[in-house]
Design a protein around this ligand. Sequence first.
Ligand SMILES: [Zn+2]
Length: 274
Amino acid sequence: MQRKILTVHAHPDDEVSRGGATIAHYTAQGVQAVLVTCTDGAAGEILNPDFGALPQGRTLAAQRAEELAASARALGYSTVHSLGFADSGFDGTAGGTDAFVKASTDAAAERLAALIEKEKPQVIVGYGTNHARDPHPDHIRANQVLTRCVELLGERDGSRVPDVFHVAFSRRRHRVLHEACGTAGVPSPYAPGLREPDTSFDDAEINTVISLSETAIERRLSALRCHKTQIAANSGWFALSASELYQAFPYDEYIRVAAPPGGRPCDDLFVASS
Ligand SMILES: [Zn+2]
């Protein structure tokens, strides 16, 4: 049986920062990966001072769609779907009437359910309910829409509901990567996460840990470089090489929604179908 994973992300570039290396890991093994991006990212700004201005007549949404396509290719995604909403912006006031935060939960969930019923993945990766860790209104909306979508799928045919995992980033991972920056003598982009305990996941919340190869981590860095409007070549997120990241913390972390309480952590997103 062809193994298939479908991820639900809020904006272009979230597919890299939230589990990108996991997709590189699985697609290298022949797993098919499908990306659903809820919004166009048009409320963002050009954050890379080296990028300059957009070419005449080009919108930020068009630019970010191109960057997203390149990033998805780098990670091994075979398909990219847009859910078709506008970026609501960090304060939730952008995007006009098409803003993701203004969409009805049921209507957005139906749109997502139609894609899932067409793609038939065994595994879905999305966002959880730790909104202190991930406070962007579109990320909160992505959690609400995915949760409602899974309910709808269950009402139609409970036997065919995919196994759902939420991306996570533990306090331990923050600490280890911060210390690796210190060892390498480079500024740490992980410091803010350590200063604010509420923005990390408790280590005990993590119930799924995926082991990554150095190649998968390198492909994540390659995908991040594709988001040229968002990240400069000298960004702190490139301070550690793939080799240094691999030595320090070669894992992605998840919370499996259906995990039995007290069970052992699982090491495979396809635990239910293997
Ligand atoms: Zn985002």
